[in-house]
Design a protein around this ligand. Structure first.
Ligand SMILES: Nc1ncnc2c1ncn2[C@@H]1O[C@H](COP(=O)(O)OP(=O)(O)O[C@H]2O[C@H](CO)[C@@H](O)[C@H](O)[C@H]2O)[C@@H](O)[C@H]1O
Length: 482
């Protein structure tokens, strides 16, 4: 199949979160399965190696009558054999950051990504790539399915193309004032309730859910949660209306980058049959975090500092947990108020808690390798990547049983034979504290059993080739739609 993969960030070129990991790994896996895949993304200032990009041509995007058209350039780079088309319009994309500065979203994000959606389709046509499947990801690209059904409805070039939308994070929906979207008359004039938020606003994600031929979430549990009032981020009704076309496909884990037997970013490699190196990693992590190099269990956490990641469950009970002989190492950037609270706790418990306010991939690898447990008490988690890395590194995940976490981590007390970690259900700080204590007790009372579960965790595999089989089925189903 010919697949156009549209994403706002792609690891290796530019990354702010888990979306970028998938936007790299999935196209590469599709290519390995023999598909002709092209990625298209904005030509941000921070695109790595942007000086090597090859210029493909200049095009002009027509806008609403009375407004000036938008001239832009298209470039091409290579991602391990997958061509990446880059949409270049400096006014929108040559900025210090992708979406926000100092935690404040750019005010013209709606305008920027509306342009990106429209230009992506236009550039693809101009470049002569005629896709069977147009694969959109999250709100930034979610206007594309609507444009296919409106602007391009009678264009023979895209007549056989079908769209799919992957929801990586339904909490981000892209809600913007209609008036801001002057480049897209299809939106400014469209009062359809199914794509609106109140009267004056358009919801990009709703637009994708309304018009995409098929929709998937990045885990089966999250796909189900999206249709519920509790887990649907206010969009349950929209997802319910498309429930026949909605599925869940768990992300794969990139074991090429995340493999303790060969990881070049950790001091000593180790495997299920020889765990000695894991201890050396723990000592290196304790040293890096400025904590004592002792044999206390280390609980690691690496995440964006947002409410999603469950920090408001952890913060109220952290002092209590730190009464025990444990070390907690948290690496993350994001919400300044959460960072402030973590710094205050660190000042109080400096011998047991280290907070590293940084985005550092090598350190993330060291935390995975050097910790005994990994914390993900997420409020919601569409798929989650770190728990998969943790499993591979024999670092038992302690997770809230939601979304992809529920689908990938088996709780020790619920099912000892299959156990790979610890789960709790209620979004409640005390439920988390109980689970942390459960894990601690387990670790202290039976090292042999701990190693057994650790080895079971290391044997789990979430392969991209399995996910790709499911994406292929979804693409086939999309192509059958009228
Ligand atoms: N301070 C830091 N230093 C180094 N690395 C850091 C870091 N903070 C985060 N990371 C890295 O960024 C990635 C985060 O991925 P996640 O899937 O956990 O979350 P995210 O919420 O961004 O993704 C969304 O999209 C993905 C992809 O579909 C879903 O899995 C997920 O549930 C959804 O919320 C991981 O590779 C992690 O190691």
């Amino acid at each position: 199949m010919k697949i156009l993969f549209i994403a706002s960030e792609v690891d290796g070129l530019v990354k702010t979160g888990g979306l970028a990991d998938v936007a790299r790994a999935l196209p590469l896996a599709l290519k390995r399965h023999g598909h002709d895949v092209r990625i298209i993304m904005p030509f941000y200032l921070s695109v790595k190696g942007r000086e090597t990009a090859r210029h493909l041509g200049g095009f002009t995007l027509p806008t609403r009558e009375g407004h000036t058209d938008i001239p832009y350039q298209a470039h091409e780079m290579d991602l391990k054999g997958v061509p990446v088309y880059l949409i270049d319009f400096p006014n929108y994309f040559e900025r210090p950051s992708l979406y926000a500065e100092n935690n404040n979203a750019y005010l013209d994000n709606g305008e920027r990504f509306a342009f990106f959606c429209a230009a992506s389709l236009q550039a693809t046509q101009q470049l002569g790539f005629q896709p069977d499947i147009i694969h959109c990801n999250d709100w930034h690209t979610a206007l594309v399915p609507m444009l296919l059904r409106t602007r391009y409805a009678n264009d023979p070039f895209f007549a056989a193309s079908r769209s799919v939308l992957t929801v990586h994070n339904g909490a981000f929906q892209g809600v913007f004032e209609r008036g801001q979207l002057w480049a897209l008359p299809e939106l400014t004039d469209n009062q359809d309730e199914a794509i609106s938020q109140g009267h004056a606003y358009v919801n990009f994600l709703k637009c994708g859910v309304r018009y995409a031929d098929k929709i998937n979430a990045v885990s089966p549990s999250y796909a189900h949660e999206l249709t519920t009032y509790l887990g649907g981020h206010g969009m349950a009704k929209s997802f319910q209306e498309r429930s026949e076309d909605l599925s869940g496909i768990i992300n794969g884990c990139d074991y090429g980058d995340w493999d303790p037997t060969s990881d070049p970013l950790i001091p000593v490699n180790y495997s299920q049959t020889d765990l000695a190196g894991k201890l050396a990693c723990k000592l290196a992590l304790q040293q890096r975090a400025g904590l004592a190099q002792n044999d206390w269990p280390v609980f690691g956490m690496v995440c964006r500092l947002t409410e999603q990641k469950g920090l408001h469950l952890l913060l109220p009970i952290l002092s209590q947990f730190l009464y025990h002989k444990v070390q907690v190492i948290i690496v993350g950037t994001g919400d300044p108020s959460l960072a402030e609270r973590l710094r205050a706790l660190e000042a109080e418990h400096g011998d047991k808690l280290a907070f590293i306010n940084d985005h550092d991939n090598a350190l993330a690898h060291l935390v995975e390798a050097g910790s005994d447990f990994f914390l993900m008490p997420s409020l919601f988690e569409p798929c989650g990547l770190n728990q998969m890395y943790s499993l591979a590194y024999g670092t038992l995940p302690i997770v809230r049983a939601v979304g992809g976490l529920k689908d990938t981590v088996v709780d020790y007390d619920a099912n000892r034979a299959q156990a790979t970690g610890f789960n709790f259900h209620e979004p409640d700080a005390l439920a988390l504290l109980n689970t942390l204590r459960r894990a601690l007790l387990f670790y202290l009372q039976d090292q042999e059993e701990y190693v057994r579960v650790q080895v079971a965790a290391m044997q789990t595999r979430y392969l991209w080739s399995d996910s790709v089989n499911q994406y292929e089925s979804m693409y086939q189903a999309a192509l059958k739609r009228p």
